[in-house]
Design a protein around this ligand. Structure first.
Ligand code: ADP
Ligand code: MG
Length: 306
């Protein structure tokens, strides 16, 4: 594999005059995103304006979104084209994508064909494998943060990304509950890249079911819903989970597993096996992104529409 070229940045204190803003695409926790067009090249872009004010370049450069994205250059990771600071406001200019996976699932009645689910998962895992290899993990994978353009899928929103080697404890975790790995729910402070794989498992199930697999109403309910599907873990299955649970005075509810094949009758046997490997309770036993790409479910699958 080629070593990715470092991203070029134009750290310019210029005005935003070069772009014509067309419409609002999203309004999130950290910023708002608009669709715009580059007046000179006619290229469509998405511009994310950070809510926070930035008074120096040093402050901007310390942002996780910049630290991680400037080092990642892979076709399934959304491209950061430039970073602009004007009047203490910070703007990220990204390649434009049509919609996100949440949009794709919302209001859909008909099952996605297995080939489409495979394509989405393959591309997501290619992006993730690259990210993990370069020492970052995302921490907030969810349908809204996977962007789509035609058949192409790209991972976006690196606001919570961490360096794999950065020092725990991680206590500032705020990601979306429904895709949260059990070790995070049990307040592990040294979780790592396997949390992204658990989120992939939950998303893949959702692509089949067209509703979330673990729609927890709060953190405890989230653990309950996870155990209600996967069955309560045994101590041999996940020794560290028992240590975490006892530390916080939590007792696993007693649930027998509900077979995924029963919950997701439209998934093939190999797809079920694959999801179960991503949804392993023990992060050490969970399949890695690189291994996932070699799972038999992907046999013969090499296309990357991005
Ligand atoms: P937040 O931290 O607010 O969640 P995101 O980077 O996830 O920020 O962007 C919020 C939403 O804006 C996304 O869910 C997506 O719908 C839209 N969006 C973000 N980046 C792009 C892009 N490059 N192209 C098109 N839409 C985008
Ligand atoms: Mg987001």
């Amino acid at each position: 594999p080629k070593t990715p070229k470092p991203l070029k940045f134009e750290f310019s204190i210029i005005s935003m005059d070069r772009y014509k803003i067309l419409k609002t695409l999203g309004d999130g926790t950290y910023g708002s995103v608009v669709k715009a067009i580059n007046k000179q090249s006619n290229e469509e872009v998405a511009i994310k304006k950070m809510k926070k004010k930035f008074y120096s370049w040093e402050e901007c450069m310390a942002l996780r979104e910049i630290k991680s994205l400037r080092k990642l250059n892979q076709i399934n990771i959304v491209k950061l084209k430039e970073v602009i600071r004007v009047n203490d406001d910070l703007y990220f200019v990204f390649e434009f994508m049509e919609q996100n996976i949440y949009h794709l699932m919302k209001d859909r009645r008909e099952d996605f064909p297995e080939s489409q689910i495979k394509s989405i998962m393959y591309q997501t895992l290619l992006g993730l494998a690259n990210m993990h290899k370069h020492g970052f993990f995302h921490r907030d994978l969810k349908p809204e943060n996977l962007l789509v353009k035609g058949d192409a899928v790209k991972i976006a929103d690196f606001g919570l990304a961490r360096e794999i080697r950065s020092k725990p404890p991680f206590t500032d975790y705020v990601s979306t509950r429904w895709y949260r790995a059990p070790e995070i729910l049990l307040r592990s402070t040294n979780y790592n890249s396997p949390v992204d794989i658990f989120a992939c498992g939950a998303m893949m199930a959702e692509l089949y079911m067209l509703r979330p697999l673990f729609p927890g109403n709060n953190e405890t309910d989230q653990i309950y819903k996870t155990c209600a599907v996967l069955g309560s873990p045994t101590q041999t299955q996940w020794p560290d989970g028992y240590k975490l649970a006892s530390k916080m005075g939590f007792t696993f509810p007693k649930f027998v597993p509900t077979p995924l094949s029963q919950l997701i009758p439209n998934a093939s046997e190999q797809a079920i096996d694959f999801m179960m490997r991503m949804l392993s309770f023990d992060p050490q036993k969970r399949i890695t992104a690189a291994q996932a790409l070699k799972h038999p479910w992907f046999d013969g699958w090499t296309s990357n529409p991005a």
